[in-house]
Design a protein around this ligand. Structure first.
Ligand SMILES: Nc1ncnc2c1ncn2[C@@H]1O[C@H](COP(=O)(O)OP(=O)(O)OP(=O)(O)O)[C@@H](O)[C@H]1O
Ligand SMILES: [Mg+2]
Length: 384
């Protein structure tokens, strides 16, 4: 018998049989193939040995005086320490029901007596290989589970710190409003009441201070609006985007007329969302599309197309465009590409859009060519 015993070679096999003659034959055969054989002459001894030696596989005789092989197998499978070890029955029984009883007791296979050396070896090898694979899978699975646990813990921590940050931003900006209002109004009072009574420098300085206080107020209001996306969120409901965009256009009527803008709206669908927040998204995007125009009057287009469980909307313009390297940055809070004097604003609009779209499980991105125009694309969940 010279079958190669590569993968399985060197494993420890426990043989449980009450007939010493049988034991000897099997033991010799296995040892010649490079296995370590451990023997037990009764079922109870077999259980003891299995717990102590932790073999890679057990060859178990069915017919033994006292406790039979099926019962021993059940006990092995009931114990945490021996459950995973594969058991192969050795049976003289040709009866199918007995073989089935063996499988029901938890065995992985059986060999019939009188034993055929090559067959026993082949079965042992294939089950050892399976067992090794199972152990490897179990180890990988355990590692994966651990990684998942670490990741979800990190995510929960991130979520907590985000919520805390939002609350902090909300409380801080809310509480700062009052003292700032006081500074701004008293500065304005100073400038009205003492205009021309101090020297020209003083008037100029007061003017700067009033301007600074106003800007600070605008920033704080924006910060509040940004933190409200998380703290004042409403549950999602079916929302008519056509209505949202029409309302946005009505809000922007003045800007549209001032620069002679044309806004084309395609058919827009219903989505699942927070109507107040989504109207903010469309208003911010259309307002930008109008604001960042070139010399010619702005032409803005709003479209929608299905994208799986989402709708993909676009808001495009023929404006000044954005260079590639700023595609990410413009979505960060207070990031602007131009001075305040050129285009009004604080740089909060797109940060709010991104936060709202992501709260809806969607994504927002921009594609643009400088001097030709920009297209903002966003996804929002379709009705279920
Ligand atoms: N349609 C667009 N075309 C060209 N540049 C744009 C467009 N939309 C946004 N940008 C650039 O991205 C920057 C950030 O936009 P965002 O809407 O966040 O701020 P803002 O419009 O400047 O100020 P706010 O929205 O707070 O009034 C803008 O300052 C501008 O430089
Ligand atoms: Mg804006």
């Amino acid at each position: 018998m010279d079958a190669p015993a590569q993968l399985a070679s060197g494993g420890t096999i426990l043989i449980v049989d009450d007939m010493p003659a049988n034991l000897e034959v099997v033991t010799n055969h296995l040892e010649r193939q490079g296995y370590r054989a451990v023997v037990a002459l009764s079922g109870d001894e077999g259980i003891e040995r299995a717990e102590y030696v932790q073999p890679d596989l057990i060859l178990l005789d069915v017919m033994m005086p006292g406790t039979d092989g099926f019962e021993i197998c059940r006990r092995l499978k009931a114990s945490d320490r021996t459950r995973a070890i594969p058991v192969i029955f050795m049976t003289a029984l040709a009866d199918t029901t007995d073989k089935l009883a063996g499988f029901a007791a938890g065995a992985v296979d059986y060999v019939t007596k009188p034993l055929n050396g090559a067959e026993v070896l082949a079965r042992i090898e294939s089950h050892l290989a399976l067992y090794a694979l199972r152990r490897q899978l179990a180890a990988q699975n355990a590692q994966l589970q651990q990684e998942i646990a670490v990741r979800s813990e990190t995510q929960a921590a991130l979520q907590r710190s985000n919520t805390e940050f939002e609350q902090l931003a909300y409380v801080a900006s809310h509480d700062m409003q009052e003292p700032l209002r006081k500074i701004a109004s008293y500065l304005q009072l100073l400038s009205q009441r003492y205009q021309g009574q101090l020297d020209a420098d003083a008037d100029e300085f007061i003017g700067y201070a009033v301007d600074g206080a106003k800007r600070m107020q605008a920033l704080i209001n924006d910060l509040l609006a940004y933190s409200r996306v998380g703290t004042k969120a409403r549950p999602f409901a079916p929302t008519d985007c056509m209505l949202l965009v029409r309302t946005a256009l009505a809000d922007l009527q003045f800007a549209i007329e001032e620069c002679g803008a044309r806004v084309d709206i395609a058919d827009l669908p219903m989505v699942m969302g927070d109507a107040t927040q989504l109207s903010q998204v469309f208003r911010n995007l259309i307002s930008n599309a109008i604001k960042f125009h070139r010399d010619e009057p702005p032409v803005v287009r709003v479209t929608a197309e299905p994208a799986g469980a989402f709708w993909r909307f676009t808001v495009s313009d023929n404006g000044i465009g954005i260079a590639d390297e700023y595609f990410e940055r413009i979505f960060v809070i207070f990031q602007r590409l131009h001075g305040r004097t050129r285009y009004a604003g604080t740089g909060i609009g797109l940060a709010i859009c991104k936060k709202i779209v992501e709260r809806h499980g969607g994504r927002i991105e921009v594609r643009s060519v400088v001097g030709e125009g920009s297209t903002f694309a966003l996804t929002l969940p379709a009705l279920q």
